[in-house]
Write a protein that binds this ligand. Structure first.
Ligand code: SF4
Length: 301
């Protein structure tokens, strides 16, 4: 079956870049879910990863550095009928975009956040990004990294994300299935994707991850919390598990918890929030604009 979610825009990622696996997994996930193209909105920030809105045949928005998640939340709040996906690199999401990353956890807007995590700022020649481990010196750095890394899984758990997962760009099936599960989740879902940068990071490579990643779910990890007590218990366990990084690195779903989403909270405050959302209201009726702003313009003149 042809993949109707791909555009024919020329892709300018480096050959072998992990980003290709994410593009494939995302479009396969949309194809499997059969979501109409016009019902999907995809945002990207700035960076190699954030070119992905150009390559996916949906409503797409290449936004500002660090603002992909902010724009995605605004889109979802304005039009709850859309399936909204935000894409960002690790530098984008966890450097300049950190405040949005944390604040989003408090809202639980129903959307999916994909982080393309490769430890470097690939677009600007491989400087250390916030997730590069302490002491590593990929070939793009002259000296070793002397900062401790941000742990996206740990931070998402602490910030209140209701679905938190890690996946891998060279394991398309695992990534596609994880994206599908994240999209189906009602609430804010993070998928932190290990995505080797073949040009600048010669440490966190395909060989590095192939040797270390293991599947939490295959080891019997049950991430689903059915009530608040279970959530607290599983949150503690998932937080400890999120610290595992070394010879073994866990991937899969760390936690999944269904609780009130932001649009459900808004619906309590704003009557008709969903049924009469402004983006679904007609702008014309019988050839006349519903809201005639002519008097306003005349007054201004
Ligand atoms: Fe991919 Fe790195 Fe090339 Fe960017 S610089 S396209 S992340 S391989």
């Amino acid at each position: 079956m042809p993949n109707t979610y791909r555009t024919n825009v020329e892709i300018d990622w480096c050959p072998g870049c992990g980003d290709f696996g994410i593009l494939n997994a995302l479009t396969l996930a949309l194809q499997e879910l059969k979501i109409p193209n016009e019902k999907v909105a995809l945002t990207g920030g700035i960076g190699c990863s954030s070119k992905i809105p150009h390559y996916v045949n949906v409503y797409a928005y290449h936004t500002l550095h660090g603002r992909s998640l902010a724009q995605a939340q605004a889109i979802k709040i304005a039009n709850p009928e859309l399936e909204v996906i935000a894409a960002a690199g690790d530098g984008d999401a966890l450097g300049i975009g950190t405040q949005h990353f944390v604040a989003a956890g408090r809202r639980n807007v129903d959307l999916t956040y994909l982080i393309f995590d490769n430890g470097v700022y690939g677009l600007t020649k491989g400087q250390a990004s916030p997730t590069l481990p302490y002491g590593e010196s990929p070939k793009s750095l002259q000296v070793e990294n002397i900062k401790d890394p941000v742990n996206p899984i740990f931070l998402a758990l602490a910030s209140g994300y209701t679905f938190v997962a890690r996946s891998y760009s060279y394991n398309i099936k695992h990534l596609k299935d994880t994206i599908i599960r994240a999209i189906k989740h009602k609430g804010l879902a993070l998928v932190d994707i290990m995505q080797p940068c073949v040009t600048y990071n010669n440490i966190n490579t395909k060989e590095y991850y192939d040797a270390r990643l293991y599947d939490l779910q295959k080891e019997g990890w049950d991430p689903v919390a059915k009530n608040e007590d279970e959530y607290k218990q599983k949150l503690g366990q998932a937080t400890i598990k999120s610290l595992e990084w070394g010879d073994k690195i866990p991937m899969g779903v760390f936690i999944e918890y269904q609780k009130e989403t932001y649009d459900e909270r808004l619906s309590r405050l704003l009557m008709n929030y969903k049924s009469k959302n402004f983006v679904t209201l007609p702008i014309h009726e019988n050839g006349k604009p519903v809201n005639d702003i002519t008097p306003l313009i005349e007054e201004l003149i």
